[in-house]
Design a protein around this ligand. Structure first.
Ligand SMILES: NC(=O)C1=CN([C@@H]2O[C@H](COP(=O)(O)OP(=O)(O)OC[C@H]3O[C@@H](n4cnc5c(N)ncnc54)[C@H](O)[C@@H]3O)[C@@H](O)[C@H]2O)C=CC1
Ligand SMILES: C[N+](C)(C)CCCC(=O)O
Length: 503
């Protein structure tokens, strides 16, 4: 972990020689209004923050081999010993929370308030899996004549984590914590859009006492990701990102018969019945669409509202959407920061333009937002958007936009809305607001998605499993079940009598 070139300290980013990897900076330097904002004077919207050199074959090989040596030591520790070190890592993250959160704002462009929550979720995840590490165990099975069998839950070896840019630090924790709890090593590649904070996580693990190389970071894009997926010493790949890349990762992993977890995109439905508690449903719709500038895989971007309450719903949701404070993400008052980079902002604005051409009505937002502070004028801000008059066949209703765009659709009956909600190739999440308890559970049962929120949306406690149905992927992150995706089961059969041979 000390000096190979692919492990860069975020503090030294400026000193790296130029390469092809560019970390586009979307965040902003300072806020004139609030003292709570810490200026990061190197950061200006739209400016390149640092150039990164993508790791090639040699560095990837070196990282995987060093992870493998660390795995040989780590996997021999007891769960209690691993837990102690992981708890220390969680403690350090808690202690450095604000510093990491500020770096995450620079990394991603999300608001400081959300970044702080992300860092909290990360240490909670590590703490949770530290708690699980000592409980990992097998089964004892009695057989005839005093013979017996037992099972052992064993680690896989070196696991690869490939992360997306929307939750850089949190994704790295979601993958590394269960991997390490089960006794594995991890080589992690963050998105080249957000290379910074995962290096801080590596430093923290080292400080906490994990063996050198147990959590290695390699920087790079598709090519580096491909090298990781193909490497013969890798046992598993856990990927978060888009469906097309997820398919490629699966194909590459298939060549080496490696295990795969895929956390892919979504176009999740949120169903609001007329008997709901409307105030909560409106808050839920905002939470389902506008966290992290709408760049969230499980967002409930198809908001189905029962026709009778549509006018009240729209009036209130639009009022609150217009009130969302967009701007300097370092300011505590800000509720929405900047999109990840210019081409993505243009893609999002393109979806909105197309929606209008296809007959949708923009009730608010949907434009590039230029804050009054001249320092912020080049930021990739988009005002949060509510689209009315949507139909199921429109592009904005069918495709993942990954931006702050809510599409609202009227419905009449439960059967109808279930059929429409499930009419998608995705299946990551879903939500329902109703006061009718039987309806809530019936709808949850019938929605084809890995998660269904009843009377809330986008809460993500680390104790509960998260993952997709259909083309949103498979495998799970968080929760107890994830240990099954980072371990393998060995059966040991013990004969206490004589061998009864047929020969
Ligand atoms: N499910 C989710 O949380 C996310 C979904 N997305 C969706 O994906 C779209 C594109 O975003 P991208 O960052 O370009 O996602 P992506 O799927 O291209 O990239 C995700 C990760 O995979 C790596 N990667 C790319 N090509 C690879 C390859 N051939 N082999 C191995 N690794 C590879 C990237 O470097 C990055 O670390 C977004 O607009 C959004 O729709 C993006 C980020 C997160
Ligand atoms: C929104 N939250 C934190 C519950 C889940 C984010 C998952 C993701 O987009 O990677």
């Amino acid at each position: 972990l000390n000096d190979p070139p692919y492990l860069t300290s975020p503090l030294n980013l400026q000193s790296l020689t130029s390469g092809n990897m560019v970390c586009s900076q979307t965040a902003l330097p300072s806020c004139n209004v609030f003292n709570t904002c810490t200026p990061l004077s190197v950061l200006f919207p739209g400016r390149v923050l640092c150039d990164m050199i993508p790791c090639g074959e040699e560095e990837v090989d070196e990282a995987i081999k060093s992870a493998h040596s660390a795995y040989l030591k780590w996997s021999k520790l007891s769960g209690m010993e691993r837990a102690r070190i992981m708890l220390e890592a969680a403690r350090i993250i808690r202690e450095r929370r604000d510093e990491i959160a500020r770096a995450e704002v620079a990394n991603n462009g999300k608001s400081i308030t959300e970044a702080q929550v992300d860092i909290d979720v990360a240490w909670q995840c590590i703490e949770y899996y530290a708690g699980i590490a000592p409980t990992l165990s097998g089964q004892h099975i009695q057989l005839p004549g005093g013979s017996f069998a037992y099972t052992r839950r064993e680690p896989l070896g070196v696991c690869v984590g490939i992360g997306a840019w929307n939750y850089p630090f949190q994704i790295a924790a979601w993958k590394s914590a269960p991997a390490m709890a089960c006794g594995n090593a991890m080589v992690f590649k963050p998105s080249p859009m957000t290379p910074v904070t995962v290096v801080m996580l590596a430093e923290i693990y080292k400080e906490a006492g994990v063996p050198d190389g147990l959590f290695n970071v390699v920087q790079g894009g598709a090519e580096t990701g491909g090298l990781l997926c193909h490497h013969p010493m890798v046992a598993k790949v856990s990927f978060t990102g888009s469906v097309p890349t997820g398919k490629k990762v699966m194909e590459m992993a298939a060549k080496g018969v490696k295990q795969v977890t895929l956390e892919l995109g979504g176009k999740s439905p949120l169903i609001i019945f007329k008997d709901c508690e409307l105030e909560n449903a409106i808050k839920g719709a905002l939470m389902a669409n506008f966290l992290t500038q709408g760049e969230v895989c499980c967002n409930g971007t198809r908001v189905f509202v029962q026709r009778e309450i549509m006018p009240q719903f729209l009036e209130e949701v639009v009022k609150r959407t217009k009130a969302i404070a967009v701007g300097d993400p370092m300011c505590e008052e800000t509720r929405m920061g900047a999109l990840i980079r210019k081409p993505h902002m243009e893609k999002v604005l393109g979806f909105i333009k197309q929606a209008k051409e296809q007959g949708a009505k923009v009730l608010c937002g949907g434009e590039r937002f230029v804050p009054s502070d001249p320092k912020l004028k080049d930021g990739y801000f988009v005002s949060p958007c509510v689209l009315d008059n949507c139909r199921d066949d429109m592009t904005c209703v069918k495709e993942e936009i990954f931006g702050p765009v809510m599409s609202v659709l009227p419905f009449d009956t439960e059967d109808e809305v279930l059929q429409r909600a499930n009419n998608t190739t995705f299946g990551l999440a879903s939500g329902v607001f109703t006061r009718d308890i039987a309806r809530a559970h019936r709808v949850a049962e019938n929605l084809q998605a890995g998660t269904c929120y009843i009377n809330n949306y986008n809460v993500g406690p680390v104790e509960v499993p998260f993952g997709g149905y259909k083309m949103s992927g498979f495998g799970r992150e968080n929760g107890q079940v994830t240990t099954e995706y980072y371990s393998q089961l060995k059966t040991v059969v013990v004969e206490m009598g004589d061998v009864e041979s047929l020969f």
